[in-house]
Design a protein around this ligand. Structure first.
Ligand code: PLP
Length: 429
């Protein structure tokens, strides 16, 4: 499916004028997206399991989302500072209804990193404490506050010091490299407790920021026991638990919210990515009492809660509910996982297949004993898969994990098609 004709003009423009810092490796040029396929300039099509980095959760040009955008764009595009707009209020109410108690109050922003920064500001202001605890391998964004929490890759941090002070990192329970779920949970909880008595007193920590399943860091799910332990530790010290559900929320893990896997409820939830199926929108959600203590004017935004993005957001939530997409993610996730485990049985260099629901990581290693990362094979498999018509993305500190994040409404036939292509790519790479 590789393009054969010469690059169109906009690719030349992009090469000349889009920042090289993005490091785009491919010159694929797309003119249209429909359902779960992207269409290139030369007419070739690709099954899109990149989903704009886990964002187009309903696929491209979903009729309900497109109609909602069209309706709103003709009525009112931007209003902040003048009063309320209906889609913004409606989405806030719908998000509150979709989350457990006590979540009922929303602060909208535009990108994931903004709500992470908002959460840190809220936690510091409300608790009067400076400390923030995050986990190794975590990714929380690239602006200067969030990047201080991010350790999934040195390149995201290097050269930007000094970063936000009073940020501490504890080990994440990596079951594959730490001897299984129980062992990893025990080690990570012990290390967290140790951090709170040796590096920063627990009573000086405002927030603990955690992805239930790490995204950029390698699709590593935190075991349920670890989540329960985190809740206990936060309660013991009065720390606010900020759940970064930016990638693992919204049905992705086979439950509406990632934290449900631990049977626990955090204090602050950060959402972005799939919330508006590709329009820029993010949300910080808490119980009302917490945001009342934040203080009027302590935080703000110009674009956050944009009516068009929120209209799309309402359509996304309605579609997830109407079409039973959380259950679909669980079922198709199980199908995908079974297929990937079957391939793992035949390929010595697939070290691990893991993840909750339909957020599955496939880790490539040079051999299963050393578990040393195999970045080269990973990128070859990605290239071959793309050449065969399947777009996938990598992740992990060593870029040796392929992440599987199909749209929430993916069909059984598409999962089978993707597995067939992946199998060929594994052989050919
Ligand atoms: N948190 C997580 C878990 C993410 O995956 C991301 C983006 O990949 C972010 C935060 C930052 O979101 P954004 O890129 O929208 O700022």
């Amino acid at each position: 499916m590789l393009q054969t004709q010469t690059a169109p003009e906009f690719v030349t423009l992009a090469r000349d004028h889009i920042s090289p810092v993005l490091g785009l490796k491919s010159d694929r040029a797309f003119v249209r997206g429909e359902g779960h396929r992207l269409y290139a300039v030369d007419g070739s099509s690709y099954l899109d399991f990149v989903c704009g980095i886990a964002t187009t959760v309903l696929g491209h040009a979903h009729p309900a989302v497109t109609a909602a955008i069209h309706r709103q764009v003709d009525k009112l595009v931007h209003i902040n500072g003048a009063g309320y707009a209906e889609p913004t209020a409606r989405l806030a109410a719908e998000l509150s209804a979709a989350l457990p108690d006590p979540f009922d109050t929303v602060f909208f922003s535009n990108a994931g990193t903004e709500v992470i920064e908002g959460a840190v500001k809220l936690a510091r202001r409300v608790t009067g404490r400076p400390g923030v605890v995050a986990f190794r391998g975590g990714f929380h964004g690239r602006t200067l506050g969030s990047v201080a929490l991010t350790t999934s890759n040195l390149n995201y941090r290097a050269g930007y010091e000094p970063l936000l002070p009073s940020v501490y990192h504890a080990p994440f329970p990596d079951a594959y490299h730490m001897g299984g779920d129980e062992e990893a949970s025990g080690l990570a909880l012990a290390a967290l407790r140790e951090l709170l008595v040796s590096e920063i007193p627990g009573r000086s920590v405002a927030a603990l920021v955690l992805e239930v399943e790490q995204g950029e860091g390698g699709y590593r799910p935190a075991p349920a026991g670890f989540l329960r332990g985190v809740r206990e530790i936060c309660d013991e010290y009065g720390i606010l638990w900020v759940a970064d559900e930016i990638q693992c929320g919204y049905g992705r893990t086979g439950t509406m919210w990632g934290f449900e896997h631990g049977g626990v409820v955090p204090d602050v939830v950060c959402l972005a990515k799939g919330i508006a199926n590709g329009l820029p929108l993010s949300a910080l959600v808490t119980g009302r009492a917490l945001q009342e203590r934040w203080g009027v004017g302590a935080h703000g935004t110009t674009f956050g809660g944009n009516p068009v993005a929120c209209a799309a957001g309402v359509a996304v939530l309605e579609t997830i509910r109407r079409e039973g997409l959380v259950a679909n993610a669980a079922e198709r996730g199980a199908q995908l996982r079974a297929g990937l485990e079957r391939l793992q049985g035949r390929d010595e260099r697939i070290g691990d297949v893991r993840g909750y629901g339909m957020m599955i990581g496939v880790e490539f290693v040079t051999d299963r004993d050393s578990k040393a990362s195999d970045e080269t094979r990973t990128s070859r498999v990605l290239e071959r898969a793309a050449a065969l018509g399947l777009l996938l993305l990598n992740c992990g500190t060593h870029h040796n994990v392929i992440r599987w994040i199909p749209p929430l409404n993916v069909t059984a036939a598409e999962v089978t098609e993707a597995l067939d292509i992946f199998e060929r790519a594994l052989v050919e790479a």
